[in-house]
Design a protein around this ligand. Structure first.
Ligand code: TTP
Length: 206
């Protein structure tokens, strides 16, 4: 299965438009050689629903990096992959906390309830003068145990929540508060690998 993917993308330069160490670690097992060029533009939320907001944010990242790469001049066939992960509690979008108080507020909202984690993914490929764009999202439902204020404060003091959407990391200590999940675990960590693998196999680029 991995060999098929390697054959399909063998002659492409592949760029992961992400500064997230989690996304790098999730992408590596695919076996495709890739570079990292993070997008650094501001994250501006646009869209009618959380799903479209996540996909638009992901596309803004791939567009930024794709333009940078193509401005270098005659580039080989290039695929740029970007993603954005957000926590959606009822209808509110929770991004990364701005400070410890914000992290505590977010965790108090998640405590004892279910929420969705949505990762939007954007793929932009360019071969010669032809551009291919594809976007999708994956949603996973996560249910938290009830947490006391002291537990929340203790967790926030570890620093783990500060660079993560919804102020927790399922892959770290945050996982100890989770009662159950429904959907793709990797999607919560930042990249829905099962779906991405299939989309990369199916993407028409010729
Ligand atoms: C919910 C959750 C999020 N996260 C992380 C994944 C993302 O890195 C981060 C959400 O922020 P994003 O804005 O999606 O990504 P990023 O800024 O970290 O990286 P980049 O834009 O350069 O790709 O939260 C976890 O690591 N574990 C979790 O359980």
């Amino acid at each position: 299965m991995r060999r098929l993917l390697l054959e399909k993308w063998a002659n492409w330069r592949i760029i992961l438009a992400s500064a997230s160490p989690r996304r790098k670690a999730l992408f590596e097992p695919l076996g495709l050689p890739f570079e990292i060029i993070p997008a650094c533009g501001p994250e501006v939320q646009r869209g009618e629903t959380p799903e479209t907001v996540a996909m638009n944010l992901a596309e803004a990242k791939t567009q930024e990096v794709a333009q940078l790469v193509w401005a270098e001049g005659r580039a080989p066939d290039t695929l740029v992959i970007g993603a954005d992960t957000m926590v959606v509690c009822e209808t509110d979008i929770l991004g990364k906390p701005v400070d410890a108080a914000d992290a505590k507020r977010m965790l108090a909202r998640l405590s004892g309830h279910s929420h969705r984690v949505i990762t939007g993914v954007s793929l932009i490929a360019r071969a010669g003068d032809t551009l291919y764009k594809h976007g999708f999202y994956e949603s996973t439902t996560v249910t938290f145990h009830s947490m006391t204020a002291a537990e929340i404060a203790d967790y926030v003091a570890t620093g783990e929540p500060m660079d993560k959407a919804g102020a927790y990391g399922i892959q770290g200590l945050g996982g100890h508060f989770i009662q159950g999940i429904n959907g793709d675990y990797n999607n919560v960590v930042g990249l829905p690998m099962a779906r991405l693998h299939r989309e990369l196999m199916e993407m028409v680029v010729e």
